[in-house]
Structures are given as C-alpha cells and as structure tokens.
Design a protein around this ligand. Structure first.
Ligand SMILES: Cc1cc2nc3c(=O)[nH]c(=O)nc-3n(C[C@H](O)[C@H](O)[C@H](O)COP(=O)(O)OP(=O)(O)OC[C@H]3O[C@@H](n4cnc5c(N)ncnc54)[C@H](O)[C@@H]3O)c2cc1C
Length: 375
C-alpha cells in the first residue's frame, strides 16, 4: 500500500493550486481526479474572470482570499506563461436609482481592500464601451480574464515538477479513518479494466467541488448539502463580437444568487453573455431544459440595445456548488475547515465564485491547516 503525507481529492483549480503549494513543503503528495483530464468540471465551465473582491461581505473568507488571490493569480500567470488579460471591468448602472447601489458597492470594495475603484459617467462609459447604454459605472481596474484551462494545468504541472503525484481516472470510493491516518480507497482506470487500490494518507484534503458534501459524508460528516445552480452562456462570434471591448457587468442580483448576466470578451476574441442562475436537479445536469436564446437576447438589450437574437449561439454551462438552498437568501462564505471528528481531514465546501480567482490564496490558507495535521 502506498503511503502519502497528503492526498488531495479533486483535480479542479482548487485541488491543483493546493497540490502546487503543499508540494513545495512536503513530499509524498498525491492528487486524485476521477475524470480522464484535470479541470473538466466547474473549473473550466466559468467566465474565466480574475475577480477583484468588491462583492463579498467585509472580513469574509471570500473577500480576503479573492483580493489576495487576484494578485497571486496575475503573478502566477506571468511566471508560468498562462494567457491572461488585465483589462479591468465596468459595473454599469442604468439609472439614478442603480447609481446609489454602485456607490454602496464601491464602499464595500474599498472596505475589502480593492484598489483604484472609481465612479464614472456616461461619457467615459461610451469612450470605453461605445455600444453600452449606461447612466454611471464603477470602474474596477484590478479585474481581468485568464485561461482557466491553462491555469489548472499550469498549477498541476508545477506541482508535478515539485514531486507531487497527479493521478487522473482515479475515483475516490471509500475513506476509513484510524487514529493517525485515513485509508483512501480508489478505483483506478477505465470502467472495464478498473482496479481498486488503497493509499494510506496522514492528511486528506477534500477539494471535490460539487461532490465535497458526499466526500465529507463518507467520513460520517453530514454538515453540508450542495445545491447545483446552473449558469448558462451564449457566445457572440465574428464581427459582431466587436460590440464589447472588455468586461461589462450589471449590478449583482440582490438575492446573492449570482453577479448577474454579464459580457465577457474572451481571450479568443468572441464575447460571452452569461451566466444565468437556475437551481437544477443533478450534479451533472449541464444541458437539460436549457434557456432559449431569445431569453438571453431580451435580458442583454438593457445594457446592449443593439444586440439581436441572430448574434447569439448557445454556449457551454457550469454548475455552482451552492450551500444556500432554493428560496434561500444571501451569500454563503467558503467553508475551509478540519473535520471535527476526523481532524486528519480538511474540507473545502461551497467553493463557488470567486474560487478560480481565490485558488492560490485558498491554497496558502490550506497549507496552514495541513501543517497543524502533520505537526
Ligand atoms: C457559471 C460559473 C461561472 C463562474 N465564474 C467564475 C469567474 O469568472 N471567476 C472565478 O473566480 N470563479 C468563477 N466561478 C467559480 C469557479 O469556477 C469555482 O469556484 C472553481 O472552479 C471551483 O474549483 P474546484 O476545484 O473546487 O471544483 P471543480 O472544478 O468542480 O473540481 C473538483 C474536482 O473533484 C473531482 N471529484 C469529485 N468527486 C470525486 C471523487 N469521488 N473522486 C475523484 N475525484 C472527484 C471532480 O471530478 C472535479 O474535477 C464560476 C463558476 C460557475 C459555475
């Protein structure tokens, strides 16, 4: 049986960023991912935005780890040649009433330590985004976009170079804790020739995304339930993609469900419209009952009156691992904690947006918890 100091469950951006950070300090680090490739779940089904941290309640983990993660993500991308564009974004108000909400958003961002926030008027909006209909906007210069897929792979590549063992097609099937360690049962390989193996790990890190509640339940911890909330996108390609230059957002949903359907100019020159937010049944339900294109076109017209239905094509969708149930209200914070009954286990639950941005600072935070376990 293999022995590990640390075994990470889940090869999304958070698991891979953790593998990068912990393998700088410890040997015998394993990361296991059930799919054939890393980052195939939520980590590559998102907007790819390196968020600033303006939205989240003061002193929350989301606020702190996002502001720090924004800086660390740019640094990592530069150092490891991950494509990104540090382009800034506009949060646009369409009338005087919404402008007062922008002022509140600016204040919250400043309390969270976001630098360079500025309110601008209609003329400056037109100069930066000539097709956008806006009364006022919040200019957020630290926001940008990154190649989420290349970011995931770069974290994993650096981890592997530091000695970590990254194993794909490796599904966690059981966890058996003992006093000092946890026996991790894995099913490795393709369905028809899969083999079961066991690794004994001194510390297990649950970064299983949508399935983090199920993984915690394998240790008898039923504290959390994850509700998948689907975010769908449309894409505008070709000459009409010049309707948008960078990143344009409406004000966020007042119910905390999402940041609102926004416009994201991609690194490949198209622009995305989305994501929507709908609670769905099933943690792999990406396509059932997709919203029709007309609905996207209608909602986009408020900020971008020139858009027409024939500009849009249905794009991909992703699932947010929400801790707030349907009908609930507010923003739940990230949960990053040692298990109270099995302290060799660290759970990361409810790792929704801004998880892509915050991944490197989440990883630094997890190093502190892992050091307690391995002391
Ligand atoms: C529509 C949408 C838009 C978003 N936009 C942004 C954005 O612009 N900026 C931003 O910062 N964040 C954004 N996010 C959030 C961000 O994508 C997530 O926070 C982040 O990807 C979470 O990473 P993860 O590693 O926790 O999860 P995942 O990517 O889901 O990775 C978890 C992995 O665990 C694996 N796994 C699960 N169970 C097992 C098992 N039993 N055995 C082995 N492996 C297992 C899964 O296969 C999966 O690959 C968005 C999310 C959505 C849905």
């Amino acid at each position: 049986m293999d022995q590990a100091n640390i075994l990470i469950i889940g090869g999304g951006v958070i698991g891979c960023a953790i593998a990068n950070t912990v393998s700088k300090r410890w040997q015998d680090v394993f990361l296991v991912e059930q799919f054939p490739k890393l980052g195939m779940a939520t980590s590559t089904r998102n907007s790819g935005v390196n968020h600033s941290g303006i939205y989240y309640p003061k002193n929350s983990l989301k606020a702190r780890l996002c502001v720090e993660g924004n800086r660390l993500t740019y640094e990592f991308c530069k150092k490891h040649n991950v494509p990104f564009r540090h382009c800034g974004k506009l949060v646009v108000a369409v009338d005087a009433h919404e402008e007062t909400e922008l002022v509140a958003l600016k204040k919250r961002g400043e309390e969270n330590g976001v630098e360079g926030l500025r309110l601008i008027g209609a003329d400056e909006i037109r100069a930066r985004e000539p097709h956008i209909n806006g009364y006022a906007a919040l200019d957020v210069p630290s926001t940008g976009i990154v190649s989420a897929e290349e970011l995931v792979h770069a974290y994993a590549r650096v981890a592997t170079n530091q000695g970590a063992n990254v194993v794909t097609r490796a599904q966690l099937i059981s966890l058996q804790p003992s006093a000092e360690s946890i026996r991790v049962g894995l099913r490795i390989g393709d369905e028809k020739d899969a083999q079961d193996e066991t690794i004994e790990a001194r510390c297990v890190i649950n970064a299983a995304g949508l399935y983090a509640d199920d993984v915690a339940a394998m240790l008898g911890n039923h504290s959390w339930k994850i509700y998948p909330v689907r975010g769908e996108y449309c894409e505008v390609r070709g000459p009409r993609s010049s309707l948008i230059n960078n990143l344009v957002y409406p004000l966020p949903h007042s119910d905390g469900l999402s940041l609102g359907v926004h416009f994201t100019k991609t690194l490949w020159g198209t622009f995305l419209l989305g994501p929507t937010a709908t609670y769905v049944e099933g943690k792999d339900n990406y396509e059932k009952n997709r919203l029709p294109i007309e609905d996207f076109a209608r909602s986009a017209k408020t900020l971008l009156p020139e858009i027409i239905e024939s500009d849009l094509q249905l794009g991909y969708s992703g699932l947010r691992p929400k801790l707030v149930p349907p009908g609930g209200h507010g923003i739940a914070d990230f949960v990053i904690t040692r298990d109270p009954n099995v302290p060799q286990a660290i759970h990361l639950v409810g790792m929704e947006s801004p998880g892509l941005t915050a991944a490197p600072s989440i990883a630094e935070h997890v190093v502190g918890l892992a050091a307690e376990v391995l002391a």
